[in-house]
Design a protein around this ligand. Structure first.
Ligand code: C2E
Ligand code: MG
Ligand code: MG
Length: 481
């Protein structure tokens, strides 16, 4: 044994040696496979969407930046894609159905890109970003429109719902080197799309850049200012069409812009921004206070008053304390609760399904306290009769869209008559909004409802004018001009 050479040893134990060598190689291979697997898992986590079979935004930015460095002779664009009303669909049909729909959209987007040179990615929820190549702009836009139509049709075939696809597009300039900036621009383009409910393709261009700058400056200004007397209540009267008498009014906020010599700005100018920041709740109470002040002043002067409805944002109802603060303001000015009505939009009930218990309890408290609730814009958006069950309303405001739909007048009248009758059964008064013409008045008579609000009688006017009209009405009634 002691004299055994290395050669003898290898010959004698060749079987074992080969066995151990093979086992070693297998172990190394196995370890390598494990490492590679883990690596691809890690890469997948880093680059793939965690739920859907689609790339994530990180991957799009990473690959896009690489292409921008190496392929500058090509033209690129980023496209932000969003499904309008997806949130409502999700709430109405449930999470699983929503997820199925998104998976389907991922598949359509994946199939629509050239997997070697282009990328489809999901940001989150129903928000996607595409990194695409283009040569001719017209052809590129046709490609996007076709994709938009295809997705919309497929969604309809799958769900029987007309959900709209919106796109924001940014064509990368030759100097553009940062994909994050490019994605930001296509996002911005999408945010400037006209309506959240329409299918639209908005391209980021100079005009849009200018508009964004204006919006940014306006928001900066709005952020800084206090909620004070620059926010005033305008009034639009509600008229009984049988007597032509004003039986009430609605307070509508206006902003007197200090930067534009007190130019009167409508809610569209600032309400959406303050809804985002939450400051709208302060504005609503500020308007309620100015209404109460006006009513108090009139009472002190021995003049008549009419009930005024005040718009309250949905934000009030998802937190505590609304009824208490409302009552405190009434108490401060000694105004009876019948004289201030709370207007809330019906979309509130569908959109805020998650916080329903909180909303329900606030609304019930208001009802118990005898505060009058008014369902605003009934018939716009996702109307459902279920809203009557959820909002214990004293007033239902039929939206202007009912009066605009003249396609099948007879059918429309039957539907409206049904709603008026239902309101009657529920002891709720119906008010028709947006009454503009003699024909609208005729429709009101046919559906047997008589309280109108709209340009036919008056636009929203400043407090002094509204008061003068009330005074005049009183003088005529008492026979003393
Ligand atoms: P709304 O509460 O449904 O108010 C009715 C809107 O319709 C008003 O627009 C009014 O000027 C307009 N309008 C009235 N009659 C007619 C008509 O015959 N034809 C047409 N085409 N429009 C008519 P405005 O004042 O621009 O207010 C828009 C919306 O802003 C309001 O809709 C309400 O949702 C919101 N808003 C107004 N004031 C406040 C407020 O103090 N607080 C909150 N949270 N929202 C407010
Ligand atoms: Mg209103
Ligand atoms: Mg309304």
């Amino acid at each position: 044994m002691a004299d055994m050479t290395l050669v003898d040893f290898m010959e004698n134990y060749s079987f074992y040696i080969i066995f151990f060598l093979l086992a070693g190689i297998c172990a190394i291979l196995f370890a390598l496979i494990l490492i590679l697997r883990e690596r691809s898992k890690i890469q997948k986590i880093m680059h793939k969407d965690p739920i859907m079979d689609i790339w994530n935004l990180n991957y799009l930015i990473y690959q896009g930046n690489k292409r921008l460095r190496t392929d500058r002779n090509k033209k690129f664009a980023t496209v932000t894609v969003n499904i309008a009303q997806f949130r409502s669909y999700n709430l109405l049909y449930g999470w699983d159905m929503g997820e199925k729909l998104l998976e389907y959209i991922c598949m359509l987007l994946n199939n629509s890109v050239d997997s070697k040179t282009e990328i489809a990615s999901r940001v989150q929820g129903d928000s996607f970003v595409l990194f695409l190549e283009w040569e001719n702009w017209e052809d590129f836009m046709t490609r996007l429109r076709n994709l938009q139509n295809k997705i919309q049709k497929s969604i309809y075939n799958l769900t029987e719902n007309h959900l709209r696809v919106r796109m924001g597009v940014y064509a990368l300039s030759e100097e553009q080197e940062d994909m994050k900036v490019a994605v930001n621009y296509s996002n911005q383009a999408l945010s400037m799309a006209r309506s959240r409910k329409c299918s639209e393709i908005k391209v980021f261009d100079r005009a849009l850049e200018e508009k964004l700058r204006e919006t940014h400056e306006r928001e900066k200004m709005l952020e800084k200012i206090e909620i004070d007397d620059r926010f005033v209540a305008y009034y639009q009267n509600k008229v009984d069409i049988r007597t032509n008498r004003i039986i009430g009014g609605e307070a509508l906020v206006r902003f007197l812009d200090p930067l534009k010599n007190g130019k009167v700005e409508s809610p569209a100018y600032f309400v959406p921004y303050y809804e985002q920041t939450g400051k709208i709740t302060e504005i609503d109470f500020h308007i309620m206070e100015s209404v109460c002040k006006m009513l108090r002043k009139r009472l002190d002067e021995g003049k008549t008053i009419v009930p005024i409805s005040v718009n309250f944002s949905r934000l009030h109802f998802i937190k505590k304390g609304f009824p208490e603060r409302f009552e405190a303001i009434l108490g401060k000015y000694g105004i009876d609760k019948e004289y201030i009505e709370v207007e809330i939009t019906e979309t509130l009930m569908i959109e805020e399904l998650m916080q329903q218990e909180m909303i329900k309890s606030t609304l019930n408290t208001l009802k118990e306290k005898g505060i009058r609730l008014s369902i605003d814009d009934f018939g716009s958006g996702y109307s459902s009769l279920g809203v009557f069950e959820k909002i214990p309303a004293s007033i239902i405001k039929l939206d202007r869209s009912f009066f605009m739909n003249q396609q099948d007048r007879e059918r429309q009248i039957k539907i409206m008559r049904g709603i008026v009758m239902l309101g009657h059964e529920l002891e709720a008064q119906t008010v028709c909004e947006g009454i503009e013409t003699e024909e609208d008045i005729q429709v009101m008579k046919e559906i047997k409802t008589y309280i109108a609000q709209g340009y036919y009688f008056s636009k929203p006017i400043p407090q002094e004018e509204f008061e003068k009209i009330l005074d005049r009405q009183e003088e005529i009634k008492s026979g003393c001009p």
